[in-house]
Design a protein around this ligand. Sequence first.
Ligand SMILES: Cc1ncc(COP(=O)(O)O)c(C=O)c1O
Length: 377
Amino acid sequence: MNAKSTQLIAQWIRPQVRALSAYHVPEVGNLIKLDAMENPYTWPTPLVDAWLEVLRNVSLNRYPDPQARDLKARLRTTLQIPQDMDIMLGNGSDELIQIIAMAVAAPGRVVLSPEPSFSMYRMISAFAGLEFVGVPLNANDYSLDMPAMREAIIQRRPAVVFLSHPNNPTGNLFDEQQVCELIEISPGLVVVDEAYNAFADSTVMPRLAQYDNLLVLRTLSKMGLAGLRMGVLAGSPAWLNELDKIRLPYNISVLTQASAEFALRHYDVLEAQAAKLRDNREQLLAALRVLGTMSKCGGDVQEPPLNGITVYPSRANFILFRVPAGHARRIFESIKAQGVLIKSMHGASALLADCLRVTVGTPEENQAFLKALEHAL
Ligand SMILES: Cc1ncc(COP(=O)(O)O)c(C=O)c1O
């Protein structure tokens, strides 16, 4: 970069933005991809053919329906969004998080979330010019530290609290009574982000009518449509009416609207895939726990776990596990060198020291991962 650009950037790009690193997405090549909570299953050929037939009739020369009425109607029934609540769509739920942040952003305003959690809450807050307050989860089981959450909410009066439920990257579901208490004591919005709902059997969606400050965020990404970018925000018409002013009018393309609607008409296929992934998760959890008690690595390390891996329970489509202290990078690289890409969480937060996260794949992919992990240990 030449000196002039450097000077102009320093002059005009906000310091909060310059201090950020762009969201990093690694090169995948031929690796088995178990790093991003994607659904590994594709559609049967007749379904792909029927979808392509739908696309044939989409009018690319026209702007999309800015309200995506047909798609919203289908989402309402499929996701069981209450009749008196509104729906807002985003280009992925990331975009909806960004819209919420932009709507509340003002000097001195705070966004709060337990940590570790979905990294975009912190990142989007930073680029929206909001102060982000991360309240550490309990170190032993990643449950909510309620005294700390209560104090932070009362003291800092956040404009928005984000709760990832189940939580990424820890995989656990928070206690619903505690979530309700946080909604009750919060002076601002509480966004319960149910990105992993399909794997959790738990939702606060029916509580929308109960709480004036609750919004529920969903995505179709984890259900097998990550490439489509379809996020869904449900909440009272009063809130969504305000947020909708910030949404760019044509944020959901004609291709996305037609494809999502088609996919929802065949939701049974996606649900069957999610059910398979829940089974695969239980098998992978069991195998990891066996491996955890058997592995030999770490004999020279004084910090627990001394003799293996610690596996955390999961209600999502990924599993967090901790390897012997000081070995995370080596084990991650070894697994990668054996052809499987997972995600190293080591360094992302003090509570994630020595932690790796693996997305649940097909039984074959999970076997390849387990074999690579066993070899790496
Ligand atoms: C908790 C949580 N919320 C939202 C998202 C973003 O999902 P989308 O693909 O809809 O932008 C993710 C993605 O990993 C996530 O983990």
